[in-house]
Design a protein around this ligand. Structure first.
Ligand code: ASP
Length: 465
């Protein structure tokens, strides 16, 4: 059988190779592609381990990759050639005794990532030293010591990482660091921020978590700006709390500092994804100036005192209530040996009547059950409706306006602080330690514009002035 296609080119079993050969195009060629789906202009990437023989993968000018089915390509015109080199040299930080010392702990995520053309995936590849190589402005701010703790996307970060991070932060503080930056994947950054808020209490210096929504090899990457702002907040900022520092508006006009227990990732792809919920952000960062937004925050101190409680009991879960939830789900959790359950309930803190017997069984088995809200804004109020009152009778404890993920993380921590003492766990859960519950929402909390379309920001600025 001939190994040529209908145009006489070899390798018909590999339509992509065949089409490339036909138009004299090789990997790393810049091409203008005419297809039945319209024209595309981009760089031909090497085939990854996971892509098939039917698609030609182009990296577009926007940084996104697109797969063109070979049989839809009518013409390829080579317009250039550009072999990509994404390796960034490791750089050593110059030392300047007049500058603050900051420790950057790398854990992985997009901020430490680049595209791997072998696999076609975004991989956590940058060491913190490489990060400095790509963001030299950091050396103007501080003496930066970098350390790669893990190289994980944040879906793989969990209690063992929280514990290691908390211990390392304690050591860094004792060792004289003026601030700590933690590079982290954005997807679960709010879980880790909450965990560190409970595990590292009253830090004398800022502990700033930072990530990026776009990897550094994309033109629209937010990695450098976020890192510069976070490093400045850690080395020079006056707020000594566990915080998240990310883009405010979608433009790079300013960053926001969010309290670690009130922050949440709210958009899957936009760069201004983090929002403070139930409160206003702590501060705005622009041009190396920190402007507080919140009325109260912990100030930087000169001492080295910090309470590190690096413990976590993994037998804790979060149940997101949905209509028609069945009691056997809660029974299964109790039977599996879980010690704590956080419910994200509807409205003011409700679940259906069907699960009442399971709630009773959970209480009798010594499992601690707490109520939070799916609405994310507002307070659990279980005395308003009959449903709420009934649920309270099964020992479910309301958690005011603590966010569900924060409650989950706090419960894992509280169960480890007080093993086999549900009373003490309840006391700890209902005591505010790091701003996780507030007395009230600020009147403008829900409406406050936490970064957005610059034109609207400007308009609001004019109205307010
Ligand atoms: N999936 C990535 C992570 O959370 C996304 C990011 O870093 O922005 O690790």
């Amino acid at each position: 059988m001939s190994a040529t296609d209908k145009h006489g080119y070899e390798g018909y079993r590999d339509p992509t190779k065949s089409v490339m050969k036909r138009f004299g195009v090789t990997v790393w060629s810049q091409v203008q592609a005419e297809t039945t789906r319209g024209p595309f202009h981009g760089l031909v990437l090497p085939r990854s381990e996971t892509s098939d023989a039917d698609h030609l993968v182009l990296k577009l000018g926007s940084g996104y990759n697109v797969g063109l089915r070979a049989d839809t390509i009518t013409k390829l015109t080579k317009t250039g050639y550009k072999q990509a080199h994404y390796k960034i040299p490791e750089e050593e930080f110059p030392s300047d005794p007049s500058k603050p010392s900051v420790i950057l702990l790398g854990t992985g995520g997009t901020i430490a990532s680049r595209l791997d053309y072998r696999t076609g995936a975004v991989i956590p590849a940058f060491s913190p030293g490489e990060l400095y190589g790509s963001v030299p402005e950091l050396s103007e701010i501080c003496n930066l010591q970098t350390e790669k703790l893990f190289g994980e996307f944040s879906e793989n970060i969990g209690p063992t990482h929280y514990i290691a991070l908390a211990k390392r932060i304690g050591e860094a503080i004792a060792g004289g660091a003026d601030g700590i930056v933690i590079g982290h994947g954005t997807d679960t950054m709010h879980h880790t921020a909450a965990a560190l808020s409970f595990m590292v209490q009253r830090p004398p210096v800022p502990v700033v978590m930072v990530g990026s929504q776009r990897s550094s090899d994309r033109p629209s990457s937010d990695a450098a700006r976020n890192l510069i702002h976070a490093t400045w907040a850690a080395g020079c900022g006056s707020i000594a709390e566990v915080m998240v520092c990310m883009f405010g508006p979608t433009s790079d006009r300013y960053n926001l500092l969010h309290r670690g227990t009130r922050v949440r990732k709210m958009h899957s792809s936009t760069r201004s994804t983090f929002r403070t919920l139930g409160d206003v952000p702590l501060a705005m960062l622009q041009d190396r100036e920190l402007t507080p937004i919140h009325a109260t925050w912990n100030k930087r101190r000169d001492d080295r005192d910090v309470d590190v409680h690096a413990v976590f009991d993994e037998r804790v879960t979060i149940l997101y209530y949905y209509p028609n939830m069945q009691p056997d789900l809660i029974d299964a959790v109790v039977d599996a040996g879980y010690k704590g359950i956080v419910i994200a309930g509807t409205g003011l803190g409700h679940v259906n009547r069907k699960v009442y017997p399971a709630l009773e069984r959970a209480r009798n088995a010594g499992v601690s059950v707490f109520m939070t809200l799916q609405t994310l804004w507002g307070f659990v109020q279980m005395h308003v409706y009959e449903t709420g009152r009934e649920i309270l009778e099964f020992g479910v404890v309301p958690l005011a306006n603590m966010l569900p993920e924060v409650a989950y993380v706090k419960l894992g921590w509280a169960l480890a602080m007080h093993p086999d003492d549900p009373g003490a766990v309840k006391d700890l859960m209902t005591t505010t330690l790091a701003g996780e519950m507030t007395e009230r929402e600020p009147h403008d909390g829900y409406l406050v514009f936490q970064g957005g379309v610059p034109e609207i920001d400007e308009l609001l600025g004019r109205i307010w002035s």
